[in-house]
Design a protein around this ligand. Structure first.
Ligand SMILES: [Zn+2]
Length: 159
């Protein structure tokens, strides 16, 4: 759920295994998203860092998008606690299973690539008072808070 407030860059890889290797090697930035095509060719798959702050790779949101449809929504099909997995092959298997998942956790997930379009809403924790609030992602960018954090309306008078 943290990923929905963040701006991402897409890294295309060949397969679920290649995505797992890249994630496990920790040679990716936490704003990067691994993208590959499912084995059956029906979906684009996305592994999105979804942990909080220092441990963004500890959680992964797995999204998929129908390939043969314009503007297909992102479906979140899996949430993987990567921090508890200590083997690349096991992570690869989880990623592969997500390709054909029958469980849709969220049918219209938000994935912001390069820059917000302007209408994206997300949940933030206020970096000033600690309150949880919803706001427009683009509006919050100017406060330049750490991932998952923003500045709530009440505290904005101090910024
Ligand atoms: Zn506040």
């Amino acid at each position: 759920m943290y990923y929905e407030a963040r701006i991402h860059e897409i890294i295309e890889v060949a397969s679920a295994l290649a995505a797992a290797e890249k994630i496990r090697s920790e040679s990716m930035y936490t704003y990067q998203v691994m993208k590959w095509t499912s084995k059956d060719g029906n979906y684009y798959m996305y592994a999105v860092p979804d942990g909080h702050l220092d441990e963004m790779l500890a959680e992964l949101a797995i999204l998929r998008q129908g390939k043969n449809q314009d503007d297909a929504p992102y479906q979140q099909v899996e949430s993987i606690t990567n921090g508890w997995i200590d083997d690349t092959d096991i992570l690869a298997r989880h990623l592969q299973d997500a390709e054909s998942s029958t469980i849709i956790m969220k049918s219209n997930a938000q994935l912001i690539i390069d820059k917000p379009k302007g209408d994206e809403q997300a949940s933030f924790t206020c970096g000033c008072c600690g309150n949880w609030f919803k706001d427009n992602v683009q509006k919050q960018l100017k406060f330049d808070q750490d991932a998952g954090y923003g500045i709530c309306d009440r505290c904005q008078q101090w910024y």
